[in-house]
Design a protein around this ligand. Structure first.
Ligand code: C5P
Length: 218
């Protein structure tokens, strides 16, 4: 009898700049999974707030969110530190989280048919968006390493950026993401912890791949 392929769901949570996005992309490519960087949704909302402060209300957002396409989330304007900081502010809002919830759930559970499953990364993926994921990971790295990585990324789009400011904003974002009341960032008991401080991209990928392959074989 032909064995039906298992639909694979991978959920990843992590603090800012821990390497989760890069890792999630390579894992998604390897297993042909539909990838969604959920932080980009909050960044897009933050960008709209900065760009259209007067129009920014629930109805305006509802309309914009209904038009979200995953491909639009790769917009370069979403990468700045200013947008990241604003994203961590608007993401504390219960109504905003409600508005984007079904979009994320839909990407996780109903990805386009040509994919073998989905892989989402964010802050509340392992326990709120995909609580029954086949694999759950909590990716982290020490604060200075994360700040250095983000500084290098941001330097490409803004030559004037200072390391000390990037460090400050990552610290602030950590504080807010870990301590907020709604959907705080946390490592669930059933998530595998990966500290990427001393690992390069390839080593991270291989560690995660090993865990996935071991379980898939059984
Ligand atoms: O992942 P990224 O750094 O792009 O996320 C930007 C901000 O969006 C985070 O600092 C966090 O406050 C918020 N976020 C969230 N829940 C998610 C993903 C991101 O609250 N699932």
């Amino acid at each position: 009898m032909k064995k039906t392929k298992k639909f694979l769901k991978i959920a990843i949570d992590s603090p800012a700049a821990a390497g989760a996005g890069t890792l999630a992309k390579s894992i998604s490519k390897h297993y042909n999974l539909y990838y969604l960087d959920t932080g980009k949704i909050y960044r897009m909302i933050a960008y709209l707030k900065i760009k259209f402060p007067k129009k920014f209300n629930q109805n305006f957002l509802k309309k914009k969110i209904s038009l979200i396409k995953v491909k639009n989330l790769s917009n370069k304007n979403l990468l700045s530190d200013e947008v990241g900081t604003e994203a961590s502010i608007i993401s504390k809002n219960k109504n905003i989280r409600k508005l984007v919830h079904s979009f994320q759930v839909n990407c996780a559970y109903n990805p386009p048919k040509n994919f073998n499953g989905s892989c989402l990364d964010g802050r509340d993926i392992t326990y709120k968006i995909v609580p029954d994921a086949d694999f759950k990971f909590f990716i982290t790295a020490n604060l200075k390493t994360r700040a250095h990585r983000r500084y290098k990324e941001l330097k490409k789009i803004n030559k004037k950026i200072l390391y000390k400011n990037v460090l400050k904003s990552i610290k602030k974002r950590d504080k807010s993401d870990f301590n907020r009341k709604i959907s705080p960032l946390k490592k669930t008991k059933d998530s595998v912890l990966l500290n990427t401080t001393k690992l390069n991209k390839r080593a991270c990928f291989l560690k995660i791949k090993k865990i996935i392959d071991r379980k898939l074989k059984t």
